[in-house]
Design a binder for this molecule. Structure first.
Ligand SMILES: C=C(OP(=O)(O)O)C(=O)O
Length: 346
């Protein structure tokens, strides 16, 4: 379950970073070993998605890990997306491997046929990518099934998000997740507008996710702090790979720490209603002060300030309630240094 009251759902995205079945299966293992909740792929048919092989895409890739040298490459979009393709039987193998490893399989679909395939495979959630937010026909097809439909908001207006949600609702879709998905590989901090997570939560009654295209984990920590219910982070077997999105992905040795970081932030965020943690209940008694007799007190004395001392622990009359006993008459003798009790007074 994704949403209020549930742990943050951690999704590792392997769609753009695998390079065929073998690496897809390895990335499933990376996600499962790290303790992620789901691993996400992109079931896609490049020829159906891209009409013109002459369309190019420029991206940055990490040419030298040691120095951090980045280069720009330009490639045919068709060729880039072809690298993400697997056959339906290969996707079945990936889904089977996820089930064996106990990790959920999510996927983007870009055609009707892919939506039906994923539904037939019993997948729990399908994603409609940013480019397809206005492809309302595909949204309606996805809404036919009793799963969760995730929508990406990259390069979209709030109005387009609103329209996509209306289309899903009109098609009777009950479970929607809105993925705030700032475009760019990597996305730069000044463009990711994390505060919009709050707006999306206020505007729509659906869980919100942050689909992170930045490097490292800082923005994910910030997104969880702002209330993101789900985090999607790309993983790669090698950040050096000359292909889009590897540059801002986590490598296998970083994946476990990423999960640990998100879980500890979640734990630290705690409750909106409690100031005190459990151990503080004890230290608060140890650290606060009680009222003590500052000198020998005699039955019939009226307690005045000069007769009082304040010392730890705070398990007697609390220091801030001294006004309850000042000016009151003692009903017994109290030796100097003894902790005062309410029953010492009339
Ligand atoms: C293509 C995808 O991402 P984006 O919305 O960033 O294009 C996806 O998540 O499948």
């Amino acid at each position: 379950m994704v949403g209020d009251g549930n742990p943050v759902c951690i999704v590792f995205e392997a769609g753009p970073t695998h390079n065929g079945l073998e690496s897809a299966l390895k990335l499933v293992d990376v996600a499962a070993d790290a303790g992620a909740d789901a691993v996400k792929f992109q079931v896609v048919d490049a020829e159906k998605l891209v009409s013109d092989p002459a369309i190019t895409f420029s991206y940055q890739w990490l040419a030298d890990k040691a120095t951090g040298r980045v280069e720009t490459a330009t490639e045919s979009l068709l060729e880039i997306i072809k690298r993400r393709e697997l056959t339906f039987p290969e996707w079945e193998t990936v889904i089977g491997h996820c089930r064996k490893r106990g990790i959920e399989f999510f996927s983007t679909a870009t055609t009707e046929e892919e939506v039906h395939f994923l539904a037939a495979m019993g997948v729990g959630s399908v994603k409609i990518c940013s480019g397809d937010l206005t492809f309302h026909h595909l949204l309606r097809v996805a809404a036919q099934y009793p799963w969760t439909v995730q929508i990406d908001t990259g390069s979209s207006t709030i109005g387009e998000v609103e329209n996509a949600i209306l289309v899903l609702e009109e098609a009777n879709c009950k479970n929607i997740i809105i993925n705030h998905c700032p475009s760019g590989y990597p996305a730069h901090p000044e463009r990711i507008n994390l505060r919009v997570l709050t707006t999306l939560k206020q505007m729509f009654s659906y869980p919100v996710a942050f689909s992170d295209h930045t490097t490292g984990d800082v923005m994910d920590v910030a997104a969880v702090s702002l209330g993101a219910h789900m985090i999607e982070k790309t993983i790669t077997l090698d950040r050096n790979t000359r292909s889009p999105e590897h540059i801002m992905s986590l490598e296998p040795h970083e994946a476990k720490d990423f999960v640990k970081t998100i879980r500890s932030v979640e734990l630290a965020l705690g409750s909106t209603r409690r100031l005190l943690g459990e151990p503080e209940q004890v230290s608060r008694v140890r650290g606060r002060r009680s009222l003590f007799a500052g000198c020998a007190l005699q039955k019939g004395d009226i307690l005045v300030q000069s007769m009082l001392t304040y010392a730890r622990p705070g398990d007697g009359i609390p220091a801030h309630l001294d006004h309850l006993v000042l000016g009151r008459k003692l009903v017994r003798d109290v030796p100097a240094g003894r902790k005062l009790q309410l029953s010492d007074f009339e």
